[in-house]
Design a protein around this ligand. Structure first.
Ligand SMILES: C[S@@+](CC[C@H](N)C(=O)[O-])C[C@H]1O[C@@H](n2cnc3c(N)ncnc32)[C@H](O)[C@@H]1O
Length: 298
């Protein structure tokens, strides 16, 4: 069994299943699992029975999670069909990540244009930060007010219904987070588009909802490092592994870049009393002589 402190904050190049066996019981607050879907031509995605594979993962997650912890499992619509996960974790929601822009190539049936993200908890969820993940109400104000005054709303059990000005619960169909494209600034490499790298915004919503700063998050399938990068930005601790050496290097580079971007930069003055044109010359810094937009590093 590994000491937790020795693995936190690093990307481990290894097989997720053996790595999980070395982690202590009830040690992580949240698991974000974006592993094989069994639909692409990648070697690592060649899983014959994805449901059985996922059941194995869920068993391990149930051991690793602290009571009240959460796990998000990504997959295709049938990824947990016909398996009994109930002895291990409680399924709270199946979130549909809807991607309307996906190419519709199907000829004999309806093209699949969504992924599912199964949201599990170990017992009753200890964290669900709804206020951190609210999305804009798409209903115009007048209509909202009218709805609140409908007699059945006013007098019924929804009598206290008011539209929250901070936004609403994102619900379980997410069409507001777009897939990455070739033009996305966060795309680490074109090879990773579509089948590997996920948008930071998507991982950010899961992590904000189900963890707090300082919590420990486990990502068994690191890929290009989206989860660790978001954890770093949101002040969460992480532990992650990835079987592919090249992806590990890419993820490490990405994290170093993100870390750099977060470091305080030389600040630029936006306003200084001494910079006023009418200030006496001995109070004026030299850079005042530059054109009007000129502000210099301190
Ligand atoms: C869908 S990608 C994860 C992408 C990641 N969420 C991101 O945004 O970059 C799945 C990753 O799991 C890795 N993988 C597959 N099987 C694995 C295993 N048994 N152990 C560790 N990593 C594995 C693959 O190499 C691939 O990078």
């Amino acid at each position: 069994m590994r000491n937790l402190d020795s693995v936190v904050g690093k990307i481990h190049q290894t097989d997720a299943r053996s790595f999980m066996r070395e982690l202590p019981d009830a040690s992580v607050d949240l698991i974000v699992c974006d592993g094989p879907y069994a639909v692409t031509t990648h070697d690592w995605d060649n899983v014959t029975d994805i449901q059985h594979f996922n059941l194995g993962l869920l068993k391990s997650f149930s051991r690793l999670l602290k009571p009240g912890g959460a796990a998000y499992l990504f997959g295709k619509p049938d990824c947990i069909d016909f398996i009994d996960y109930r002895p291990f974790l409680a399924l709270q929601s199946k979130i549909v990540w809807y991607q309307p822009s996906r190419l519709a190539q199907g000829r004999v049936s309806y093209t699949n244009n969504y992924d599912v993200i199964c949201y599990f908890t170990k017992g009753k969820a200890k964290t669900f930060n709804l206020d951190d993940i609210r999305v804009p109400q798409l209903v115009e104000l007048e209509h909202r007010l009218r709805c609140e005054k409908v007699p059945s709303v006013m007098n019924g059990k929804y009598g206290k219904t008011v539209f929250n000005p901070d936004g609403k619960n994102p619900g379980d169909v997410w069409g507001d987070i777009k897939q990455l494209t070739y033009k996305s600034k966060e795309l680490v490499s074109r090879e990773l588009l579509n089948t590997i790298q996920k948008p930071e915004k998507l991982m950010e919503r899961l992590i904000k909802a189900s963890s707090n700063p300082g919590d420990l998050i486990f990502d068994p399938f690191c890929g290009a490092g989206t989860v660790p990068v978001v954890c770093q930005r949101l002040g969460r601790r992480f532990v992650t592994c990835e079987i592919n050496k090249d992806y590990c290097r890419l993820a490490e580079k990405r994290m170093a870049k993100a870390d750099d971007a977060m470091k305080p930069r030389k600040t630029y003055l936006s306003f200084q009393p001494a910079a006023r044109p009418d200030a006496p010359f001995f109070l004026k810094p030299a850079w005042c002589k530059r054109p009007s937009h000129a502000v210099a590093p301190i």
